[in-house]
Design a protein around this ligand. Structure first.
Ligand code: NDP
Length: 249
């Protein structure tokens, strides 16, 4: 699928997990990558070398905390400065901070909303300017099955991911005639550090909700992301696609 050479992408939160796998998948298509991270510098540097060595693309690293508006602006403007354009934006960075609403403090609410949802606005807006100029673009958001089904202890997280769905559908309509697509993938439980921290009892409980009976792998998300960001997906926009072993059925 080596069909969109010379395109430039930014994947927020790509030092680890799903974002990292998406970066590799896009690089396989010859797409240049900007890796964004907040804390995991060593992982970001390892990935940069891997992308250059194994896939021959340009790969740069931009540190920045997407929960901050100024950092979002800076990450996007630096990407455009480095590569001349930003064609593909993957809003992937996300966090959880779980507790029942009755015990949830303001900080947990605000931090999760800022990181998972405000960042989508603050990164997409400047990125869109570059896409409109070049008359081509892909914005891909990484949501969650929890944004569709809800989950006990996650009012902040599910609200942020549900908000992303409204954002996706509205922006998709706004830019539909401009050769720019906006879509969301809603993963179920995927084996990453986020899931590693769960207790075995919690994992066993979650398994009951998954018709396929097991967690997914980061590549399950990345393969679809690779397609959505490719030229082949040009007629697909405003969609929310579950990759969750059947959890959202
Ligand atoms: P990981 O914890 O494995 O990785 C999270 C990534 O996001 C890291 O690269 C981290 O970078 C980065 N990140 C976190 N906060 C910030 C920030 N403020 N600014 C910039 N980067 C940040 O997470 P996953 O791969 O599991 O999750 C990726 C996305 O997928 C998230 O949006 C998550 O909500 C979603 N998702 C995950 C599911 C799962 O089961 N794993 C299920 C459904 C959705 P660093 O370490 O450098 O801070």
């Amino acid at each position: 699928m080596n069909n969109i050479n010379n395109k430039n992408s930014l994947i927020t939160g790509s030092s680890k997990g799903i974002g990292r796998a998406i970066a590799i998948e896009l690089a396989k298509q010859g797409i240049n990558i900007v890796i964004n991270y907040n804390k995991s510098q060593a992982e970001a540097e390892d990935l940069r070398l891997e992308l250059i060595k194994d896939h021959g693309v340009k790969a740069e690293i931009i540190k920045g905390d997407v929960s901050k508006k100024d950092d979002c602006n800076n990450i996007v403007s630096k990407t455009i400065e480095l590569y001349g354009s930003l064609d593909i934006l993957v809003n992937n960075a996300g966090i959880i901070d779980d507790s029942l609403l009755i015990r949830m403090n303001d900080d947990a609410w605000e931090k999760v909303l800022r990181t998972n949802l405000d960042s989508v606005f603050y990164c997409s807006k400047p990125a869109l300017k570059s896409m409109l100029k070049n008359k081509w673009g892909r914005i891909l958001n990484i949501g969650s099955v929890v944004g569709i089904r809800g989950n006990i202890g996650q009012v902040n997280y599910s609200a942020s991911k549900a908000g992303m769905i409204g954002f996706t559908k509205s922006l998709a309509k706004e830019v539909a005639k401009r050769n720019i697509t906006v879509n969301t993938i809603t993963p179920g439980y995927i084996n990453t550090e986020t899931v590693d921290v769960l207790k075995q009892e919690q994992k066993d409980n979650i398994m009951n909700w998954i018709p396929q009976g097991h967690f997914g792998e980061v590549e399950d998300i990345a393969y679809l992301a690779g397609f959505i960001c490719s030229e082949k997906a040009k007629y697909m926009t405003g969609q929310v696609i579950s990759v969750d072993g059947g959890m959202a059925i």
